[in-house]
Design a protein around this ligand. Structure first.
Ligand code: VAH
Length: 331
């Protein structure tokens, strides 16, 4: 099905479409632009119903030729490049993570340059911050000294995005996502994954063993806010975007103990225990919160979910699943 590039509605290719962010962004984009306008791609073959709800292609983002082929075949006008190895998983295979995160981004930026795409979205992360950054309310233009391969790849990626914007006019936009919490897809190998797993374990077993210490405060965001921020940034007038790097965006910050206390308001018998592992050192290198004044100034960012609203919404969606013991669909 060839799309004529002159048509008004965008043709959007999403990489990492089956991941935690991709699952939600594909649904949101298809809701806005129509199923056929959003080509979902991921490393794995289409197996679930969700994959088959619209155009889906198996794509290894390191395969530049296949990427170019999809861009040309569909007349792609925008790419959301979400495929990456996250912080904790990246530390297990540093060079593989670096290669995937960096080469895939360069493949996307080259395709955007060569095919004159309208826009590209690429997620950075608060993982670009390190010990030299203020622990609280890390500023937009802080010194970036990431301590993980993932964070290093995100800092380098921000520089490459600025380079392609300045040298080739590629309109690539980016957000420093905090830890993201959602109910529709599992988190994928990050340090903040506990904040998703705890909901499933609380409902399944009534208890959870957390790998971070109880007082580890980290910047977090509910996926509804993250999707809205992404679309708001992508729809902003390019002249309004003053930041060279990715935008800080904040919403909430909490510790495992604070999340457990909020969960107990709904599940009084839930208990949390702690068995700290190597992910603690990654979390220790990140700030507890970020300053997102520039995002509020340039494209009117405002979060809508706090800890109370996020916890209630997660449980609203997950409780029925576990009640019907339909666990298989939420693995
Ligand atoms: C991770 N969820 O833990 C990601 C995120 C800020 C953390 O980038 O690696």
């Amino acid at each position: 099905m060839k799309h004529d590039k002159k048509q008004l509605s965008p043709v959007i290719l999403v990489t990492g479409a089956r991941g935690q962010i991709g699952t939600e962004l594909v649904a949101a984009l298809r809701n806005i632009y129509g199923r056929e306008q959003v080509i979902a791609t991921d490393l794995h073959d289409a197996t679930t119903i969700v994959d088959l709800e619209g155009p889906y292609h198996q794509l290894n983002v390191l395969d530049k030729d296949e990427l170019e082929n999809l861009v040309a075949t569909y007349g792609v006008t925008q790419i959301y490049h979400l495929a990456a190895t996250l912080s904790a998983k990246g530390e297990e295979t540093p060079l593989k993570a670096w290669h995937l995160n960096m080469q895939s981004l360069l493949n996307i930026l080259e395709a955007a340059k060569d095919h004159k795409l309208d826009k590209v979205f690429w997620p950075s992360s608060i993982a670009v911050f390190g010990p030299s950054t203020a622990r609280k309310i890390s500023p937009q233009n802080a010194l970036l000294d990431p301590q993980t391969v993932y964070g290093i790849s995100k800092e380098a990626g921000e520089q490459w995005c600025a380079y392609y914007r300045e040298h080739y006019g590629v309109d690539v936009r980016s957000l420093r996502y905090p830890g993201l919490i959602s109910y529709s897809a599992p988190a994928g190998g990050g340090t903040t994954d506990y904040a998703v797993a705890v909901f499933h374990e609380a409902l399944k077993n009534g208890r959870y063993e957390c790998y971070l210490s109880p007082n580890t405060a980290l910047p977090m965001m509910y996926m509804d806010d993250a999707v809205r921020a992404t679309l708001q940034l992508m729809n902003a007038r390019v002249e309004a975007l003053k930041e060279r790097g990715a935008y800080n965006i904040g919403a909430l910050s909490f510790t495992p103990a604070e999340l457990a206390t909020e969960l107990n308001k709904h599940l009084p018998d839930f208990t949390i225990s702690y068995s700290i592992d190597k992910r603690q050192s990654i979390a220790n290198s990140w700030p507890a919160s970020v300053d997102d004044a520039e995002a509020r100034r340039d494209w009117n960012w405002h979060p809508e979910y706090d800890l109370v609203a996020m916890t209630a919404d997660m449980l609203d969606h997950l409780t029925p699943v576990y009640k019907n013991n339909n666990i298989a669909t939420v693995s």
